[in-house]
Design a protein around this ligand. Structure first.
Ligand SMILES: [Zn+2]
Length: 79
């Protein structure tokens, strides 16, 4: 699993729409990639806050900022 694949699955992961197999692959990636782990924890917390206010959609700008930040960090780390 790459950072890009992780990001593509992030929404489904939060919504718990993934198979056990895919979740295991994601967990493996999170062990190796601290940046994606941070983005997962941050996103999950953000969504919990939104849900507690009964707002179910993350504003697209927030999602885009999170994705851009993690991709920039992963690129810097791996290059
Ligand atoms: Zn990653």
């Amino acid at each position: 699993m790459t950072c890009r694949e992780f990001l593509a699955l992030l929404d489904d992961l939060i919504d718990e729409n993934l198979t056990a197999e895919t979740r295991a692959e994601i967990e493996q990636h999170l062990h190796k990639c601290g940046h994606c782990e941070v983005i997962f924890n941050t996103t999950r917390k953000t969504i919990e806050i939104y849900r507690s206010h009964e707002l179910y959609e993350l504003p697209p700008a927030v999602n885009e900022r999170l994705h851009a930040a993690i991709m920039a960090r992963c690129k810097a780390k791996h290059s």
